[in-house]
Design a protein around this ligand. Structure first.
Ligand code: HC0
Ligand code: SF4
Length: 578
């Protein structure tokens, strides 16, 4: 421990700590912008480029003699720091003023209005004028992808996205381009995002403090569909939405808002409100069957879950030689779309051409997934519009619905009947746990009494576990975050460790921390609360194994035949390419 002084407080702090961290221990907040320390996922962005955290050092004679950026200045024995002098305050305010001097003046219409960290800082630091008009950038927006919009004019060069993409996700898409006023972060040679190997995981969007990176906005398409009297508009909600949507309305992170969300969707005018969890239960029927088939027929193992579209893109770009490993199952929301436009359409006598399927997802990559050529070649075979949790929140506000006071309602049937197994898809480890619950009973013929597999849970980015199933030990690998996925895939490629089944989710923590979820502004405690809520929602369910879902069993009996059979293959499976 070392002794330092911050303002008038004497402190004992661990060696190696930065001045920002030491000040935090003293209850003093030093504002930061580029700085981001996500220790839960081992990411530290310490570029010190914004200079918003300037403080004054005081020498042994009591003279204030130097301004330093607190985020990269390490505390040392006997150090004295003042955060509250006019010089420090002016320097911080000036840093924000300079950033604003070449920032587009369009807060009213900006997608990050009221969520922008630069805007909040300007308010927090009492910036009341911009004294120097800077040179403006005038780059066109990159609207090339269906998922991400890049507006380089709003880039403040904090490089958080770059650290996230390169160090956490190991995708290497983003880096600094240009000099001076014209500098911004983008793909090499500033090629359009769609031509890069971007996975659309959206983690760069989650950490961007401004609106330089945002999701492609599809709210208007949904309103158009709802307002078209010829269309039967179905909405499905992903597992992770229900534990995060409330945050957009000031509710505590981890509040479960399933019933209120269903009421809101009904009031917004959707013709049927269903649950992606139904698609997740269906996925388990297929994936568990595929796992057992591969084990019993000595086919390629491990099997990898294929429901995360960013992860699928990652393996296509980065490990094409391993493409036979992922399960051929379509992802749950795409399976759902297929069933809505076949089984549900036939059962209700609706022309599939008049059905519009809207997916509410915590994910940005789902927007691009829904447009993949192999999933769109049959027009009755897909999801039409994908909007994120944030876009849903915006629609609820736009519709004038007072979310917090809503009564609760139930999903419609039959595609709204679900089990606890499908809810846990929303967190890292959940898909494989759900698959094990079913595979166990199918492989042993015995009832699984305790459905909670602690060894598959938690926020660790890379977990290895063994689950005893009858006389077989199933070796399981779980990775969340693409850097961890890379480690796991390299192990498989090099034959370093053997697995029977593997789950990969591109976002650290799984879909609960997806690129389309409410901004957590770097606070992983929020993500942990969402995870606890997911497991609570599982415990709230009467049925907790996918193969016990009565509507799923009816779907196979009336329409699909056997799991992993001919019809199921045609409708619910796909292939991967690049
Ligand atoms: Fe997920 Fe999904 S669990 S990817 O994390 O598998 O986005 O929530 O909807 O499709 O079900 C996201 C979440 C889903 C899908 C499901 C899967
Ligand atoms: Fe990198 Fe993911 Fe952002 Fe693409 S979406 S640039 S892969 S962090």
């Amino acid at each position: 421990m070392i002794h330092i002084r911050i303002n008038d407080q004497e402190l004992k702090v661990p060696e190696g700590i930065t001045v920002v961290e030491a000040a935090h221990e003293a209850g003093v907040k030093i504002p930061t912008l580029c700085h981001l320390d996500l220790h839960d996922i081992k990411m530290v962005n310490q570029t010190a480029s914004c200079r918003v955290c300037m403080v004054e050092l005081v020498d042994a004679s009591g003279n204030r003699n130097r301004l330093v950026p607190a985020c990269v200045t390490k505390a040392h024995e006997g150090m004295a720091v003042r955060t509250d002098t006019i010089r420090a305050i002016t320097a911080r305010r000036m840093a924000v003023e300079l950033l604003l001097s070449n920032h587009p003046n369009e807060c009213f219409t900006c997608p990050k209005n009221l969520e922008c960290e630069l805007q909040s800082l300007a308010e927090e630091l009492n910036v009341r004028e911009i004294r120097w008009e800077g040179e403006r950038m005038d780059y066109p927006k990159d609207l090339s992808s269906d998922a991400i919009v890049k507006d380089s004019n709003k880039c403040i060069y904090c490089r958080r996205c770059e650290t996230m993409c390169n160090e956490v996700q190991t995708c290497g898409i983003l880096s600094g381009i240009g000099r001076g006023f014209e500098a911004f972060v983008g793909p090499a040679f500033n090629i359009p995002m769609v031509e890069s190997s971007c996975t659309y995981c959206g983690q760069c969007v989650q950490v961007c403090p401004t609106a330089a990176l945002t999701e492609a906005y599809h709210v208007d398409k949904v309103w158009e569909a709802i307002n078209d009297p010829d269309k039967h508009v179905i909405v499905q909600t992903a597992p992770a939405i229900r534990v995060a949507l409330g945050e957009l309305f000031g509710m505590e992170p981890g509040t479960i808002v399933t019933g209120k969300m269903v009421t809101a969707l009904k009031r917004m005018g959707f013709d049927a409100v269903f649950d992606t969890d139904f698609g997740a239960d269906l996925t388990i029927m297929e994936e568990a069957s595929e796992l057992i088939y591969r084990i019993q027929n000595n086919k390629t193992l491990p099997i990898l879950t294929s429901c995360c579209p960013a992860w699928v893109k990652f393996i296509e770009h980065q490990f094409p030689e391993l493409l036979e490993v992922p399960s051929t199952c379509k992802s749950p929301h795409i399976m759902f779309g297929t069933i809505a436009k076949t089984y549900y359409a036939e059962k209700n006598g609706i022309d599939p051409d008049n059905i519009v399927v809207v997916s509410i997802m915590p994910c940005i990559a789902k927007k691009a997934e829904a447009k993949r050529p192999e999933l769109t070649k049959d027009e009755h075979n897909n999801v039409d519009i994908v909007v994120t949790t944030r876009e849903l929140g915006a629609m609820i506000k736009e519709a004038g619905i007072e979310f917090v006071n809503l009564p609760e309602s139930e999903y419609d049937r039959p595609l709204g009947e679900t089990t606890g197994a499908s809810v846990i898809f929303g967190t890292t480890g959940g898909v494989i746990e759900a698959a094990v619950r079913t595979a166990y009973e199918w492989m042993t013929g015995e009832e699984l009494k305790n459905v909670e597999f602690e060894q598959l849970r938690g926020m660790d980015g890379f977990k290895k576990a063994t689950v005893r199933v009858g006389d077989k030990d199933l070796r399981i690998g779980i990775a969340s975050g693409l850097g961890n996925a890379r480690e796991l895939l390299e192990e498989i490629r090099e034959g370093k460790d053997k697995y029977d089944a593997i789950e990969i989710m591109a976002c650290p923590g799984g879909c609960i921390a997806g690129g389309g979820q409410p901004y957590h502004h770097g606070n992983y405690e929020i993500v942990k609360k969402r995870q606890e809520a997911i497991y609570q929602e599982d415990r709230n369910k009467k049925l907790r194994k996918s193969h016990e879902n009565p509507e799923i069993l009816k779907l196979y009996k009336e329409y699909l035949g056997e799991p992993f059979g001919e019809v199921a293959h045609r409708l619910l499976h796909t292939h991967f390419e690049e």
